[in-house]
Ligand binder design. Structure first.
Ligand SMILES: NC(=O)C1=CN([C@@H]2O[C@H](COP(=O)(O)OP(=O)(O)OC[C@H]3O[C@@H](n4cnc5c(N)ncnc54)[C@H](O)[C@@H]3O)[C@@H](O)[C@H]2O)[C@@H](O)CC1
Ligand SMILES: [K+]
Length: 485
């Protein structure tokens, strides 16, 4: 798992190194790593125009030292100082010695091959002031590569919240540990590709605030069939989704559960005809959940409607002592009867998008990890808050931020697929928070595979799930695309 840290956690880890190491050593390490990434992205450094946006803190110091490095390699480096009296003295001296100069704003940015944002780092508080906002805008309008030092200025490094304008980075070179704000919420959109530079914080870092799954983490949670397994011992999922008028959600959800490979999938509900036609492998009843036969987990909600029948079916499922994942219409009803969750002892996973989340009382706001954590703690369940980077939080505060996916996933029915995957993983006996995090990871990978062939529809996710599972497990498969870890 990859640890994700707040600014405070990183600061605390830096302290012992700053106290014992030679003055400026940590910054030299950071700036060298930063300059190395810049040089790689520029390809040829000689003669290239580099503009440094320099604030008053150590973040500006990093930018100035990296600028000095690039100037020594022949780049034409101009530093734009937000407050000339307070720019990092050693960094500024190093830049001048290397032949860099101090200049002014927008014109230089328009001509730059690379703009380095050293305005605010983890010491930044609140939004960008007007002059800084103006420079960020000029960088966005320019043709040069934009690189943020440690964190894009204007982004809260700990939460990903953005208050007003922020620096639009194509790349962020971050030091010592991946900051939470680079991978979640609005911050993720400003950070671009994140590069981590090791500055030796390792042993000093605390347990991180949140985690990100790797492929190996997801694979470790996919139980493979053993020789002595039968269809019942591998997990049996029950699905309550879709309706006679709208069978689609039932079909997608059931298909996703089947393709995630539990031993058996049962369906109970009014979309029975459509589900039976699409998936002869499923065991289907028109009746109530209690008529479906034994299961080890339930998926309830997608497309089931919100009438009185639906309400009583939801209550019946939540009254069992089995793990349950609730989505869509199920969430709409649950928001009005939250005690149905609080009363449960078995795992409950709620998978709201922002509007569904808000029905439980508060908008997610800028700090999405905190929002998911708070609702999970309040209800005593797992909350999977969907988004560009989906957040999964447990009642005890354990949190995951998903790192897979593609904007193409923003299409009808993809949520039904996520529900089916989550239900299948719950049926194998995984703790709710791990089932949800692994499901989000797998769903994103299936989306990436499907998107390689162009615009995707939800059914493509179901079709590509077996490939995604094999790829996550590291099983070579010719003809599948390539993705970064
Ligand atoms: N501590 C260290 O030795 C190291 C620090 N590093 C760098 O240093 C950064 C942290 O440095 P700092 O603690 O100096 O903090 P910053 O460089 O983030 O900036 C703090 C300065 O900006 C001002 N400021 C805060 N919010 C502002 C706003 N909205 N508008 C205008 N000014 C604002 C503060 O008054 C302060 O002067 C890291 O992000 C990283 O880039 C790295 O070089 C690694 C080593
Ligand atoms: K910055």
């Amino acid at each position: 798992m990859i640890g994700l840290y707040t600014a405070e956690e990183v600061r605390a880890a830096e302290e012992p190194l700053l106290a014992t190491g030679p003055e400026g050593a940590l910054m030299q390490q950071a700036a060298t790593g930063l300059a190395t990434v810049c040089a790689r992205l520029l390809d040829d450094v000689y003669g290239r125009r580099v503009v440094l946006l320099v604030g008053t803190g150590n973040n500006g110091g990093d930018a100035l030292h990296a600028g000095a490095f690039l100037a020594r390699r022949g780049a034409r480096v101009t530093a734009v100082l937000l407050d000339p009296e307070r720019a990092h003295p050693a960094g500024l001296a190093a830049l001048r010695r290397a032949g860099g100069r101090v200049g002014t704003g927008a014109d230089a940015i328009a001509r730059a091959d690379l703009v380095l944002d050293g305005m605010l780092g983890i010491g930044g508080r609140g939004g960008l002031r007007p002059e800084a906002a103006e420079l960020a805008r000029a960088a966005a309008d320019g043709a040069g590569i934009t690189i943020a030092v440690d964190v894009p200025s204007g982004v809260d490094a700990s939460t990903g919240a953005v208050d007003g304008p922020a620096f639009p980075a194509m790349h962020t070179v971050t030091f010592g540990a991946v900051k939470l704000g680079l991978v979640v919420g609005e911050g993720r959109g400003y950070a671009g590709e994140v590069h981590l530079v090791d500055i030796g914080l390792g042993a000093h870092l605390p347990t991180p605030s949140a985690w990100r799954f790797t492929d190996a983490d997801a694979a470790a949670r996919l139980a493979l069939p053993a020789p002595d397994d039968d269809k019942y011992s591998q997990g049996v999922v029950g699905i309550v989704a879709g309706s006679a008028t709208y069978p689609g959600a039932g079909v997608l959800c059931t298909g996703a559960a089947l393709r995630t490979r539990p031993g058996l999938v049962r369906y109970a509900g009014t979309a029975a005809g459509g589900v039976r036609a699409a998936w002869p492998e499923a065991i289907v009843t028109e009746g109530r959940p209690g008529d479906a036969g034994r299961v080890q987990s339930w998926v309830v909600g997608p497309g089931m409607g919100t009438d009185d029948d639906a309400r009583s079916v939801l209550a019946e499922v939540l009254a069992t002592d089995l793990p349950v994942i609730v989505d869509a219409d199920g969430l709409t009803m649950l928001a009005e009867q939250q005690d149905l969750v609080r009363a449960r002892r078995a795992a409950t996973v709620l998978t709201p998008h922002d509007r569904e989340f808000a029905r439980f009382g508060t908008e997610p706001g800028g700090d999405r990890v905190a929002a998911a954590r708070d609702l999970a703690a309040d209800l005593g369940c797992v909350v999977l808050l969907k988004g560009d980077a989906t957040v999964v939080a447990d009642a005890d505060g354990t949190a995951f931020v998903n790192g897979t996916g593609t904007p193409w996933l923003a299409t009808a029915g993809t949520g039904d697929v996520l529900s089916g995957i989550t239900g299948a993983l719950l049926a194998t006996g995984l703790p709710g928070v791990e089932a949800a995090a692994a499901a989000a990871h797998l769903h994103g990978r299936a989306g990436q595979l499907a998107a390689e062939r162009g615009p995707l529809i939800a059914g493509d996710l179901v079709r590509r799930l077996p490939d995604a599972i094999q790829r996550v497990r590291g099983v070579p498969h010719s003809g599948l695309g390539h993705w970064e870890a």
